[in-house]
Ligand binder design. Structure first.
Ligand code: F6R
Length: 615
């Protein structure tokens, strides 16, 4: 939430910052702003709304040339999304500019203190206090910006990434982090700070990971990291594996459409190196082998789409491992009194690896004695670092706010973990694994086949674009797909959409059914899941008897369904547990097209941000 970028080097800072913000706009798009150091002064430009608005402002200004500056794209927490509350924020003398991601929880108290000292705050944000606190520290001439930042950070509570520049240091940028992300990009005669690597992968793949409660100072030729007490620490270097081109639209109208199309490759990349000689090998989990063998409970924690991947994996875990598996909203977990039994294996799932709800739940599970495995997509993210082991989904950068390829790869990664546990516990033979590996390896081709139907689904969505409400029903793993289809429709098309286990309809929600209400049904295979298929046909009948309109997502050889559905979208027939990988894709496309037909911004839906770094 909120994207941050800092640049010092030889290029035009304005150009580098705007390019970086373009790649981080998915983190928030309530306002955007930059501050540059030029001629020993700070110049700041900021504007409410998307980055385009700021770009228009800049086009009409005589922006001085600068090689050092900071940029921010905001997801509003404290204060309305207007020009005044846009970052960067300045001290009263306009000598220090600050940008922030996170929430400073004690800001009200700090604000009162500053006001009592005669400081006039300009905005309603929690961030602005930091600019004034830095200025107050810098009145002590013994201190420089870095030392002032350390002192100020020690006074803050909450989650923050802060990045500051000052007119007095034209080549220096100072950053600090606690519970919010910040990475360093190492260039040749230039250096970068950013919320994530997508802001600088066009310039360098060499990066440094920053730990908790650390302050970093960069100039064009140097990087130094200290803790909040000033002790120097050695940051961990890493090489960015994402390709710069992967963060571009690559000829598609929308990032979301591109990311839907990326799914076959994302799945193959996630399987790559993890299958050897028809067996699954997860070297990442080697050190947890004894915890996996002794696991008696599996606890899956995640939010949103990642939670739906967990709900689907639960069916596979229990079938394969015979270990009771529970799936919990990460946002609720630590605010009740969860019983974390001995030998609990906790699996946290997060595309961004920075979701605060998931991070806090992870810490709670760990403190309760659970071993934690993370399924993450973003390298060196906090959740990955704080877990005992991490299995990366190699989906590449996911820029559209609505998650698509991350979801499919999360299911694949979870299935690899589930199968590995089942094998370690002696529930799976070599030949069963070889069969499963064949099925996994066939997934990219199956997804390709589903992608051939994209245009048909888009047409169908346009035909149904006037609907105001849609229900989704499924059974077994199809329930998780129903939830995911409903979430996609809500967040993109701003429609009432709800997912239910099909059998639950008659316990209440069926009261919503009226003439022409659209119900999307995830239909289980008639051959592999005959009983569930029969049951769902009954559920369809109950809805049709009340005038409901049925859109069925059914496997290719299900001819029974034709008689009961108004519309049928066919998907390849897979192993029942793998079926969600195919069934969810038409729902992604459907939501995307519904949103487009209604004139909404698909890649940046209102009120949302991709990386939710506040609780
Ligand atoms: C929906 C969506 C969100 C995320 C959720 C968790 O399309 O993207 O529901 O799945 O905010 O995010 P991560 O996976 O980054 O923890």
């Amino acid at each position: 939430m909120c994207g941050i970028v800092g640049y010092t080097g030889k290029q035009s800072a304005q150009d580098v910052l705007l390019a970086g913000l373009k790649h981080m706009e998915y983190r928030g798009y309530d306002s955007a702003g930059i501050a540059l150091v030029a001629n020993d002064e700070l110049v700041t430009y900021k504007k409410a709304g998307k980055l385009n608005n700021l770009q228009q402002v800049l086009a009409n200004e005589n922006v001085p040339l600068s090689n050092c500056g900071i940029g921010h794209t905001r997801w509003a927490t404290h204060g309305a999304p207007n020009d005044l509350n846009a970052h960067p924020h300045l001290d009263e003398a306009n000598k220090i500019a600050i940008i922030h991601n996170g929430i400073i929880e004690n800001f009200a108290q700090l604000r009162t203190e500053l006001t009592a000292n005669g400081v006039k705050l300009q905005s309603e944000t929690d961030t602005e206090v930091v600019a004034h606190l830095l200025a107050a520290e810098l009145k002590n001439s013994e201190l420089d910006l870095v030392a002032a930042m350390r002192l100020v950070c020690r006074r803050l509570s909450g989650a923050f990434t802060l990045v500051a520049i000052s007119a007095a240091n034209p080549n220096l940028i100072v950053g600090a982090r606690r519970n919010s992300p910040l990475v360093v990009g190492l260039g040749d005669g230039e250096n970068f700070l950013a919320s994530d690597v997508s802001a600088f992968i066009a310039y360098t793949k060499n990066a440094l990971e920053l730990g908790q409660d650390q302050v970093v100072e960069i100039t064009r030729d140097s990087v130094k990291v200290t803790d909040f007490s000033g002790n120097e620490v050695a940051p961990k270097p890493f090489t960015v594996t994402w390709d710069a081109a992967a963060a571009e639209k690559g000829g598609f109208e929308l990032f979301m459409l591109k990311e839907i199309a990326d799914q076959p490759k994302a799945i193959s990349d996630t399987l790559l190196g993890r299958i050897n000689d028809s067996q699954i090998q997860l070297t990442e989990l080697a050190e947890l082998k004894s915890a996996l063998i002794s696991a008696e409970h599996i606890l899956i924690l995640a939010c949103g789409t990642a939670l739906h991947a967990g709900l689907i994996a639960k069916y596979a875990f229990e079938t394969w491992t015979q270990i009771p598996t529970s799936v919990e909203f990460a946002s609720e977990f630590r605010y009740r009194d969860p019983v974390i039994a001995a030998n609990t294996l906790c699996i946290v799932i997060s595309q961004s690896g920075e979701t605060m709800d998931t991070l806090m739940a992870l810490r709670h599970a760990k403190a309760g004695g659970a071993k934690v495995v993370a399924v993450c997509n973003t390298q060196v993210a906090t959740i990955a670092r704080e877990s005992d082991a991490v299995l990366y989904t190699h989906a590449g950068p996911e820029i559209a706010v609505a998650s698509t390829k991350a979801f499919l790869t999360q299911i694949v990664a979870l299935y690899l973990i589930g199968w590995q546990i089942a094998t370690l516990k002696g529930h799976k033979s070599g030949s069963e694994t070889a069969q499963f590996v064949t099925e996994l390896s066939a997934l990219p081709a199956a997804v390709d086949l589903v992608l051939d139907t994209v245009e048909d689904v888009r047409n169908l969505a346009r035909e149904l674009a006037e609907k105001q409400s849609v229900l989704f029903i499924g059974r077994g793993v199809g329930y998780g797909v129903a939830l995911e289809g409903a979430l996609k429709l809500k967040e993109l098309a701003y429609m009432h959409a709800e997912g239910f286990p099909a059998g639950e309809l008659k316990h209440g929600p069926i009261a919503l059914v009226e003439d022409q209400l659209l119900i999307i049904v995830i239909v289980p295979s008639p051959t592999q899941q005959q009983i569930l298929h029969e049951k769902i046909i009954s559920n369809i009948q109950e809805v049709r008897a009340r005038g409901g309109l049925i859109l069925a997502i059914a496997v290719e050889d299900d001819h029974i369904i034709d008689e009961f559905a108004n519309f049928v979208v066919r998907v390849p027939h897979l192993n029942a547990l793998l079926q969600p990988i195919a069934s969810v894709i038409p729902l992604q496309v459907f939501a995307c097209e519904m949103a487009t037909a209604r004139g909404h911004d698909v890649d940046q839906p209102r009120n949302l941000a991709k990386s939710v770094t506040v609780e």
